[in-house]
Design a protein around this ligand. Structure first.
Ligand code: FAD
Length: 517
C-alpha cells in the first residue's frame, strides 16, 4: 500500500514537472495545485458549468474545479491555498447546486469545489424520540426527503424548491411556508462538520464550538465549507390538502396571514402570492397546483388589478381524512377571503414539496429555465409592510408580472439570534420575493435591464422611506453596503472572519472580503 502511494505521488510530481517544463496548454495552472494528492480529482478544462448559476448574469471562470470524494480532499485543498499565503490570489468557492443569482458560488481564477461530488457520509438515520439524519453538505434536499420517507420521517423546514444543496441553503437560511412554525432550515440543524479557511476539519454544534456553528448558519459561506450536517426530522404525513383563496384587499390578506401564523391550531404551510394584472391565476410557473374546479379559475380575471392569493397546506394521513376536513373547514371559516375563490386539491406529500420541480421540467422543455433571473428577496418588518405595499404594488409594479411575487409572514421567535442571518427589527416580518425571469432577447418591459431598474427602484424606496428592510440572499458591491446590511452584527461577522478564514479564501463570489485584505 505504501509503495502504491509512493508511486502515485511520484507520478503526480513527474507529470506536473513535465507540464511545467513543456509549458502545456494549462501553463497558467499553479503547478502546486497539480501536486495535491486527492481521492477525487481536479479538472482544469471544461469548467464552464462552474462559471454559471441560476441568475445567468455573472460568469467567472475558475482556474480549477475539485470533484471531492472525501472531506480530506476539501481540507487538503483549502489548507494548500492557506499555506500559499496572502500573496497568492487563489480563492476557493464551494459550489452546491449553483442556484445562486449573482455569482455567489463562483471563484474568478480560483478553485471551485463541486460539492455534489461529495457523497460521504452516506445518509445515516437516527430513529427514536429525537430523530435526525447525517448528510453530506453537497446532498440535495430532494434526496434527503426521499430517503427519510423510507423511515416514515421527514425534515421539518423546507425551501419551495428541493433541488438545492444542504450547504447552499444553510449558508443563507432556507425559508418556506413551514418557517412560521419550525423556523428556517438553519433552526433545524443539530450539528455541522466544517472545513475552515485554514483547512481544519471542525465538528460544531450549540454545545461544541458554538461560535463557529452559529456563524456558519446563514454565514454566506464565509467561515467554512459545510461537509456534513445533522438535520432534525419528524414523522411524515402521506398526503397534503393544498388550498388557495383570493383577496382583493391587502390589509385583509395580511391580517388573515398573521392570524394564521400566530394560532396554535393552524395549517402546516402558509405562504402568499401577489397577482399583478394577469389571468390564469392558479397555474403560474411556480406550481403544479391543479384544482378540479378549473372552470371557476377561468372565470376569475385579474386584468388591470392586483389580487392577493393565500396559499395553505395541511398534511394528513388517509385514515384521518374526516377529521382533517373538519379541521380545515373550521380554520377556513375564520378567514375573510372572497367566498367564491376557494380552490382545493389533494396531492402526495412528495408532490407537494417537490412542486416547483414539476414546473421546472415544463420550462426546461420550452427552453425557459436557463434565462436570466434578476431576483430580489426582501425581509420587511411587519410594521412597515403596508407602507411598502402601497408604494411597490400601488406604484412601482402596477402593470407588470415578470414572475411570481411571494409575500408571507414568519415569526422571528423561531430564529436563533446568534446565527449570521440578518433580520429586521419586528417580531414578525415578511418575506417578499420578486422571482422575475427576463426575456434574454428583449429590451422592453420583460427584458433584464427593465427588471433590474424596477428592483433598484424598490430598494431605493425602502432606503429613502427607512423601512428597516433587510435583503435575503443579499448582494452588494461595496464593503460599506455590507456593513450597513449587517448593522450591529458587522463586528461579530468580521471577528468571525478573522478567526476562521483570516486570509479571506472562502466564498469570494459574495464580494464581502478580499483575499489578504
Ligand atoms: P450555491 O448557489 O451553489 O451556493 C450558494 C452560496 O453558498 C455560495 O456562496 C457558495 O459558495 C456557498 N456554499 C455552497 N455550498 C456550501 C457548503 N457546503 N458550505 C459552505 N458554503 C457553501 N431559498 C429559500 O430560502 N427559500 C426558497 O423557497 C427558495 N426557493 C428557491 C427556488 C429556486 C428555483 C431557486 C433557484 C432558489 C431558491 N432559493 C430559495 C434560494 C436558494 O436557497 C439559494 O440560492 C441557495 O444558496 C441555493 O443552493 P445551492 O446549493 O444552489 O447553492
Amino acid at each position: 500500500h505504501t509503495n502504491l502511494l509512493f508511486i502515485r505521488s511520484f507520478m503526480i510530481m513527474l507529470l506536473s514537472f513535465i507540464a511545467i517544463q513543456l509549458n502545456l496548454s494549462f501553463s497558467n495552472i499553479p503547478s502546486s495545485l497539480t501536486t495535491i494528492d486527492v481521492d477525487g480529482h481536479f479538472s482544469f478544462t471544461n469548467n464552464e458549468f462552474a462559471a454559471k448559476d441560476y441568475g445567468n448574469q455573472y460568469q467567472f471562470l475558475p482556474l480549477a474545479v475539485l470533484h471531492p470524494k472525501s472531506v480530506s480532499d476539501i481540507a487538503i485543498t483549502v489548507r494548500h491555498v492557506w499555506e500559499l499565503g496572502p500573496s497568492s490570489e487563489l480563492t476557493v468557492a464551494a459550489r452546491g447546486h449553483g442556484h445562486s443569482i449573482q455569482g455567489q458560488a463562483q471563484a474568478h481564477g480560483g478553485v471551485v469545489i463541486n460539492m455534489e461530488s461529495l457523497k460521504t457520509p452516506k445518509m445515516r438515520f437516527q430513529i427514536g424520540d429525537v430523530p435526525y439524519v447525517d448528510v453530506s453538505g453537497g446532498e440535495l434536499w430532494i434526496n434527503i426527503l426521499l430517503e427519510s420517507l423510507k423511515y416514515g420521517l421527514t425534515p421539518k423546514s423546507w425551501t419551495d424548491y428541493l433541488h438545492l444543496t444542504v450547504g447552499g441553503t444553510l449558508s443563507n437560511a432556507g425559508i418556506s411556508g413551514q418557517a412560521f412554525r419550525h423556523g428556517p432550515q438553519i433552526s433545524n440543524v443539530h450539528q455541522l462538520e466544517v472545513v475552515t479557511g485554514k483547512g481544519e476539519v471542525v465538528t460544531c454544534s450549540l454545545q461544541q464550538n458554538a461560535d463557529l456553528f452559529t456563524g456558519v448558519l446563514g454565514g454566506l459561506g464565509q467561515y467554512g465549507i459545510i461537509t456534513r450536517a445533522r438535520i432534525s426530522l419528524e414523522p411524515a404525513a402521506q398526503m397534503v390538502k393544498w388550498i388557495r383563496v383570493l383577496y382583493s384587499d391587502f390589509s385583509t390578506f395580511t391580517r388573515d396571514q398573521e392570524q394564521l401564523i400566530s394560532s396554535e391550531k393552524t395549517f402546516d404551510y402558509i405562504e402568499g402570492l401577489i397577482l399583478v394584472n394577469r389571468t390564469g391565476l392558479l397555474n403560474n410557473w411556480r406550481s403544479s397546483f391543479n384544482p378540479k374546479d378549473d372552470d371557476q379559475d377561468s372565470q376569475i380575471k385579474s386584468e388591470g388589478r392586483t389580487l392577493f392569493c393565500l396559499e395553505l397546506a395541511k398534511n394528513f394521513n388517509p385514515d384521518k381524512i374526516i377529521e382533517t376536513n373538519e379541521e380545515i373547514e373550521s380554520m377556513l371559516s375564520k378567514l375573510n377571503y372572497i367566498p367564491s375563490t376557494l380552490f382545493m386539491t389533494e396531492v402526495s406529500y412528495v408532490e407537494f414539496l417537490d412542486r416547483v420541480h414539476a414546473a421546472e421540467v415544463k420550462l426546461q422543455e420550452n427552453g425557459l429555465w436557463d434565462v436570466p433571473h434578476p431576483w430580489l428577496n426582501l425581509l420587511i418588518p411587519r410594521s412597515k409592510i403596508h407602507k411598502f405595499a402601497d408604494e411597490v404594488f400601488g406604484n412601482i409594479l402596477v402593470d407588470t408580472s415578470n414572475g411570481p411575487v411571494l409575500v408571507y409572514p414568519v415569526n422571528k421567535s423561531k430564529w436563533n439570534n446568534m446565527t449570521s442571518a440578518v433580520l429586521p427589527e419586528d417580531n414578525v416580518f415578511y418575506l417578499v420575493a420578486f422571482l422575475s425571469q427576463a426575456n434574454p432577447l428583449s429590451t422592453g418591459k420583460d427584458g433584464l435591464e427593465h427588471i433590474l431598474s424596477l428592483n433598484k427602484r424598490i430598494v431605493a424606496f425602502c432606503e429613502e422611506a427607512r423601512l428597516g428592510v433587510k435583503q435575503y440572499l443579499p448582494h452588494y458591491a461595496t464593503q460599506d453596503e455590507w456593513r450597513a446590511h449587517f448593522g450591529q452584527q458587522w463586528e461579530t461577522f468580521q471577528r468571525r472572519k478573522f478567526a476562521y478564514d483570516p486570509l479571506a479564501i472562502l466564498a469570494p463570489g459574495q464580494r464581502i472580503f478580499q483575499k489578504g485584505v
